[in-house]
Design a protein around this ligand. Structure first.
Ligand code: ADP
Length: 498
């Protein structure tokens, strides 16, 4: 479980200078309290470095910096120049891609080979995509019935000071998802990274400073949810909060945000169904189902954690998946041959281990995996549970680990039964369907209650395609043109020409 790549000197330089500071008003500063906390390498359980711990006073300073630039420098930056800054940031991230990938791996545990091809390039692409939107925001002139000389038009204006709170599973990518649309539309931001994975957001802050954004446009703070996070959601002059995280904390965010009726967008948990029909192309469906649950150690909000396989092919599909999963190489993410890394923290390790135990207690059978590994590090092997029924805890609750609950279904012609079972959840983030029958594919896609449906693919994401939840998986859509609605407010202007 050791690393086999040499560390990028930029990572070594970055880590040498701890404790890492908050980025407020264009400067790197210690927290008002002076308190710090350690961030842990999940592959070893050892501290990587420490970071300053923000709280309400730091949030207040960030809000003041954001308000100052909204009334000053940022307001004078043209849309074209905003786009240029976002593009510049993307270029800098590309230059620093290897350092960012390694840092993400050290802090989060994910295989560096995955960070290199997924997290980092997707984050870069996200900023480039929204750079383009900066110059394409428009209102409309509306033909009204209020009289021949009444001109009415709309403007899309920024919301103002925006708070953003992100989790630890895709630390840099989710920072990009949050910042891209907010900055393209002219807002000023206070972003709080997750306490488990603060490092790439701080590295990103250095690049934001280099790119030349006016000071105070982006403020990045590190700290805990009930303190720094709650200070954001409770702040009376923050007008919007965007949150990605658990459904449980999403509910708290809404309550806190109600204080000043902040606009709220929430991207929350999931228990996504992945349905394999007997006419699927198994050369794609089997790797797709494996990737759908084991990518990022299963710590993916849209993970395909409920696997419905038609009974005609159930045994074969599970045998193939088991054979592959049992051979996956698990280890330190900094080893390039690693296919699955550790879970992010000792808390998640304990949580997921608890679900494994519960699965066995409730009568499920693990075909592979099924028990956590001994330390150091927080390793849980890829686990496939068979003999699962829908009332079991492992089939209902979000595990957020490499654990899939497989269940057979037997209606081919009607599809109604498997649809009903797939939709029998309070979540609705994503779903997958594997079939070569075009009609069935679309019928099922339309019937599933989920914000994303993947047909003959899984976990596909693109900056141009909206992403978000149905039911208790949240609301609001990030990415694509849809995210612009989260960060703009529409003003109607009436002009009497008489
Ligand atoms: P997870 O369960 O995946 O760790 P959480 O939903 O607990 O995710 O946390 C996601 C983010 O929300 C983190 O940045 C965390 O600090 C923050 N957070 C947790 N509790 C609160 C809270 N009460 N108010 C605001 N932010 C919070």
């Amino acid at each position: 479980q050791t690393a086999n790549i040499s560390l990028d000197p930029r990572v070594e330089a970055f880590l040498a200078g701890g404790p890492k500071k908050l980025f407020i008003g264009g400067e790197f500063v210690a927290s008002a309290s002076g308190k710090t906390f350690e961030t842990i390498d999940p592959a070893t359980g050892k501290a990587i470095t420490s970071v300053y711990e923000a709280d309400a006073e730091d949030v207040e300073l960030a809000v003041q910096a954001a308000e100052k630039t909204l009334a000053g420098a940022w307001a004078k930056v043209t849309p074209s120049e905003r786009g240029r800054l976002l593009w510049k940031l993307a270029d800098l991230m590309e230059e620093h891609a290897e350092a960012l990938a390694q840092l993400e791996t050290i802090d989060n545990g994910k295989p560096v080979t995955h960070a290199r091809v997924a997290d980092i390039p997707l984050a870069i692409d996200h900023f480039r995509y929204y750079a383009g939107w900066s110059t394409k925001l428009a209102g409309e002139v509306i033909n009204n019935s209020a009289g021949p000389n009444m001109l009415t038009y709309t403007r899309r204006e920024p919301v103002g000071v925006v708070g953003q709170i992100i989790p630890w599973n895709f630390p840099l990518l989710l920072a990009a998802w949050k910042l891209g649309a907010a900055l393209a539309t002219g807002n000023a931001v206070i972003l709080k990274s997750a306490e488990q994975t603060p490092l790439t957001a701080i590295y990103l802050a250095e690049l934001i400073q280099q790119a030349g954004f006016p000071e105070g446009v982006v403020n990045i703070i590190t700290g805990f949810g009930p303190t720094a996070g709650a200070a954001i959601t409770n702040h009376p002059r923050i007008r919007k909060v965007a949150f990605t995280g658990s459904t449980e904390v999403g509910k708290l965010i809404m309550q806190q945000a109600a204080g000043n009726l902040k606009r709220v967008s929430l991207e929350l948990g999931g228990k996504s169904p992945n349905i394999i029909f007997p006419d699927a192309d198994f050369s794609k469906a089997i790797p797709g189902a494996l990737m759908g649950i084991f990518f990022n150690q299963g710590q993916v909000c849209c993970a395909g954690s409920r696997l419905f396989v038609h009974k005609k092919v159930y045994d074969n599909v599970l045998a193939d998946m088991t054979s592959f999963a049992s051979k996956m190489k698990q280890g330190n993410g900094l080893d390039e041959s690693t296919e699955i890394g550790p879970l992010v923290s000792s808390e998640q390790f304990a949580r997921v281990s608890g679900y494994l135990q519960k699965g066995h207690e409730e009568g499920a059978t693990s075909l592979t995996g099924g028990a956590p590994l001994d330390g150091p590090g927080y390793f849980v092997p890829p686990t496939i549970f068979a003999d699962v029924n829908e009332r079991m805890t492992i089939a209902r609750e979000e595990i957020f680990g490499p654990v899939v609950a497989a269940m057979p279904f037997d209606d081919e012609a009607q599809i109604a039964d498997v649809i009903r079972r797939a939709n029998d959840t309070e979540y609705g983030l994503a779903a997958g369907v594997w079939t070569t029958d075009l009609r069935k594919a679309h019928k099922v896609a339309h019937a599933l209650e989920a914000g994303t449906v993947w047909v003959n693919c899984y976990n596909a994401l693109d900056a141009a395609v909206p992403f978000g939840g149905y039911k208790q998986s949240g609301y609001g859509r990030e990415m694509g043109s849809y995210a612009l609605d989260l960060y703009t407010q529409v003003k109607a202007v009436w002009v009497n020409l008489d």
